[in-house]
Every structure is written in structure tokens, then in C-alpha cells.
Design a protein around this ligand. Structure first.
Ligand code: AMP
Length: 467
């Protein structure tokens, strides 16, 4: 793990400096085995969320944390959990667990699992990551004897619980991470089901980057006298990121991208598309054009996603084409450029996307492509970040530059608007679940679906999700 990318997404100078507090991990009350692991990771100072949350959690209090990735929230909830589990010296019974951590995506679950292993190097705690997209055999085997911590995405967890491979009645701790994303992905009902399987008397934490009313409501239902900790300001701006926008016809976006990436200064690029099909298609085109590129989205198998991420992290591929949900857990250093090939229709996603660059104190560049149909999204983004994106001058595109045909774009629109003709989602975008999900369209973990065949997903309401 890298030493700190803390407060990178936090607006004011004072907030960025707040990491330099007098507090140390020792004064927060953490035990020696954890301090040793933190020293090995070269974590010197607790981040603000760690400084606020760790003492409360060590005392057994519930927490409602408003924080996004990059603030150090994983350690904030993992360290006290490990301390409590080791101090209690209990074991989970067969098929049982002592603590459950729920995450919306496989990537995030895997990342949390890695953090647990890192921080528990010197503490005797067992853990397992349970996600869809892989054979359940090893997960079932790991659960059979009982395990201290289960990190899971909701869909597979419920499947295993239904099959009787996991019992939750003795889980004393519940942690919900990125609760707003769970809501976006239509998991709220599953979450409520899972919470119903846990004992009423338990220790509960809920973390969310944003606070839509549904999450406030869920928090009221499942937390008891929580301490509210907020390290994300209401308006997030990432001020170390140079942001600009190209006003470009949709058909010329690809040619514009080719032109821009000819610049070797664009060393490590993440390109966001709105749809899975769009991500596949673009990655394929980039590879055909001789670039090292890969796509990551919810229809890829778990191993394909991990491979794409590792190739990108280890610089074997220069360009990663991603959809929003798949990108949530991506914590890769040294991303020089974020390109919004399609503008997100939820302005908060813009902030999350561009936050992939300028991590660990670095600066970064975010480039957005805006075609006339996306002007509204641009306005929403500018309203949220309280600034206008500087328009960039269009470079001259080669005369024979590839133009996307109308049918290509139409096909993209096919998986862009799965609800068309039926109810609209609550939050105006793909993946916005809520109660308006078309009937029979079970919320799906990012990636729980079968691999999509590029180009075959035509037509309306095919049930595919946007990530
Ligand atoms: P998170 O917000 O949990 O995704 O953490 C963001 C990054 O910060 C991860 O790469 C962590 O390893 C790192 N990190 C967390 N806490 C600290 C700390 N106190 N000092 C340095 N790095 C940290």
C-alpha cells in the first residue's frame, strides 16, 4: 500500500493540512500489533477520519461517516475492529462470522480484504472476501469453520446465506461501506434483508460519500445513537486537478481521443464511458490503433477485471477504459489524465472520476468531452463543483480520422438506457435503482452478469446496467 493520499479530495487548504495533527495512532489507543503493522506501512499520522472515528469505535459506539475513498476510512473502521476482535478472544462458530463488512463492488471488497490482511499482519484474525463472479466453492470452504471477518458484496452473501453456508446471527459488528453506491446499484432491499439476519444488539458503522435522503433513512433504522463524522465537505472540488472541456460532436470523440493520446505526456490514462458496451468498443478500437488498453466494467469476469487493473497498475497497459461503478474501487497511483469520454449524468460521479488522478498529493489533468446532448450534464457538474470548466481549443483532426457511425452510437444508447419505455430511475441515471427498477430486474452486483458480447446488446430495456 502506498503512503498517503489523504484529503486529496477535500477542498480547503485548512482541511488538507488537518492531517498534520498532534494525534498519533498510539494516543488513539491502538494496541501494539496494530501499531507495528502501521509502522511497517509507514503510516505516521492518523488522517482526520481516523483520528475522529477510532476512539469512538474502540469504545463500541456506532458511527455515521460521511467520507469518500482516499480519506483513509478503511483503516478508520478496520483498525478498531481488529483490536476488538483480538481482545475478545472468541471464535466464530461453524459457518458463522463475528463481523460483516458490506461493499457495493467486488473491487472495493477485494481492496478492503487486502487492507484487513495488511493491518492484521501481527494480529491473529481470520477473514474472507465473498463476491460474485467466481466459483463459490472456496468461499464455502472458508466459511465452513467460521471466520472472524466476512467482507462481501450483497448478492453473493445472500445467496450463500440462503444456501445455509453462512449464518449471521452471531455477527456482532456490521460495517456498510459506500452506502450511497449500494443504493445507486439497487441493493438497499438486499441490505435490509441482510441487516435483518444480524442480532439487534450489535456494533454498526455506515460510511457514505454522499447523503441522499434514503441513506439518512437507512442510517436512522440501523444505527443507534451514532456519532456523525464528516470529512467530505458538501461541495467537493479537487483543486489540484487541471480541468477542461472539449465541445465536440459525438461522432468525432474517438478521433479527438486519438489525437490527444498521441501526446506521450499522457502517460497513464483512465477513460470513462457511460456504458459497458461503450467501454468495450472503445478499448477494442484503441488496441486496434496500436495502444495498450483494456476495459473494466461490471460485465467482465472478476479475474478479467483484476487482470485489467493489475496490468494498468504495473504499467503494462497505458489506458484503462472504465464505467463508473467498476471504477469506484480503483486506487492506482500516478494516473496522469482522466478523460470523460462521455459526461456522467450524475454530477457527483464527475468528482469521483477525476479524483482518480491527483492521488497521493500529485497533481493531475481531467479532460471532458461534451457533445451537444450532454450540455445539461455539464451544467449540473459546473453547478456542483462551483466553477466553469475551461473550454479547450479543438485540435485539427486528420481528414481521414475515424468517425463513429450513427448506428454505433445508437447501439451504445441501447445499453445506456435500459429502462427506456418503462419507469425512469429515481436519480436520473443508469444504475439509479430505487423502487423504479423494471420488474424482475434483480439488482446485480457490479460484474455479476455474463460477459457481454460487444455489439449484441441492441434494443431497449435489455436489463443491463450501466457499469
Ligand atoms: P481509503 O480512503 O481507505 O481508500 O485509503 C486511501 C489510501 O490512503 C490507501 O492507499 C491507504 O493505504 C492510505 N492510508 C490510509 N490511512 C493512512 C495514513 N494514516 N497514513 C498514510 N496513508 C494512509
Amino acid at each position: 500500500m502506498r503512503p498517503h493520499g489523504i484529503c486529496h479530495a477535500v477542498g480547503s487548504r485548512a482541511e488538507r493540512l488537518c492531517v498534520l495533527t498532534e494525534t498519533t495512532f498510539k494516543t488513539l489507543g491502538l494496541a501494539e500489533p496494530l501499531l507495528k503493522a502501521l509502522a511497517a506501512e509507514k503510516y505516521e499520522t492518523p488522517t482526520p477520519i481516523q483520528a475522529q472515528a477510532i476512539p469512538v469505535l474502540l469504545e463500541g459506539g456506532d458511527i455515521f461517516g460521511l467520507a469518500q475513498t482516499g480519506t483513509g476510512k478503511t483503516a478508520a473502521f478496520t483498525l478498531p475492529l481488529l483490536q476488538r476482535l483480538t481482545a475478545e478472544r472468541k471464535t466464530a462458530g461453524p459457518r458463522g462470522t463475528r463481523a460483516l463488512i458490506l461493499a457495493p463492488t467486488r473491487e472495493l471488497a477485494v481492496q478492503i480484504g487486502e487492507s484487513i490482511r495488511t493491518y492484521s499482519r501481527f494480529a491473529p484474525v481470520t477473514s474472507v472476501v465473498i463476491t460474485g463472479g467466481v466459483n463459490q466453492f472456496r468461499q464455502v470452504k472458508a466459511l465452513a469453520r467460521g471466520v472472524d471477518i466476512v467482507v462481501a458484496t450483497p448478492g453473493r452473501l445472500l445467496d450463500l446465506a440462503k444456501q445455509g453456508h453462512l449464518v449471521l446471527h452471531s455477527a456482532q459488528t456490521l460495517i456498510l461501506d459506500e452506502a450511497d453506491r449500494m443504493f445507486d446499484m439497487g441493493f438497499i432491499r438486499d441490505i435490509r434483508k441482510i441487516v435483518g439476519m444480524l442480532p439487534l444488539k450489535r456494533h454498526t458503522m455506515l460510511f457514505s460519500a454522499t447523503m441522499p435522503p434514503e441513506i439518512e433513512k437507512l442510517a436512522r433504522e440501523i444505527l443507534q445513537h451514532p456519532k456523525r463524522i464528516e470529512v467530505t465537505p458538501k461541495v467537493i472540488t479537487v483543486d489540484r486537478i487541471d480541468q477542461h472541456v472539449y465541445h465536440v460532436d459525438g461522432r468525432a470523440k474517438r478521433a479527438l481521443l486519438s489525437e490527444l493520446i498521441a501526446d506521450p505526456a499522457m502517460a497513464r490514462i483512465i477513460v470513462f464511458t457511460r456504458t459497458k458496451h461503450g467501454a468495450n468498443r472503445l478499448a477494442e478500437q484503441l488496441v486496434r490503433d496500436g495502444h495498450s488498453a483494456d476495459a473494466i466494467h461490471g460485465n467482465k469476469s472478476q479475474s478479467a477485471r483484476q487482470r485489467a487493473l493489475e496490468d494498468f497498475r504495473d504499467a503494462r497497459s497505458r489506458i484503462l477504459v472504465a464505467t463508473d461503478i467498476a471504477a469506484r474501487g480503483i486506487d492506482v497511483d500516478g494516473i496522469t489524465h482522466v478523460v470523460n469520454f462521455d459526461l456522467p449524468n450524475e454530477p457527483e460521479s464527475y468528482v469521483h472520476r477525476i479524483g482518480r488522478t491527483a492521488r497521493a498529493g500529485a497533481s493531475g489533468i481531467a479532460i471532458s468531452f461534451c457533445d451537444p446532448s450532454e450540455r445539461k450534464y455539464l451544467r449540473d457538474i459546473e453547478r456542483l463543483i462551483k466553477r466553469t470548466l475551461a473550454p479547450a481549443n479543438m485540435p485539427e483532426l486528420p481528414k481521414n480520422a475515424p468517425m463513429d457511425s450513427a448506428s454505433d452510437r445508437e447501439r451504445s444508447a441501447g445499453d445506456r438506457r435500459p429502462w427506456q419505455g418503462k419507469a425512469k430511475p429515481n436519480r436520473g441515471g443508469p444504475g439509479g435503482g430505487g423502487n423504479n427498477r423494471p420488474k424482475g430486474d434483480r439488482p446485480r452486483e457490479a460484474g455479476a452478469g455474463k460477459p457481454a458480447k460487444a455489439g449484441f446488446r441492441r434494443g431497449r430495456n435489455n436489463g443491463s446496467r450501466a457499469a
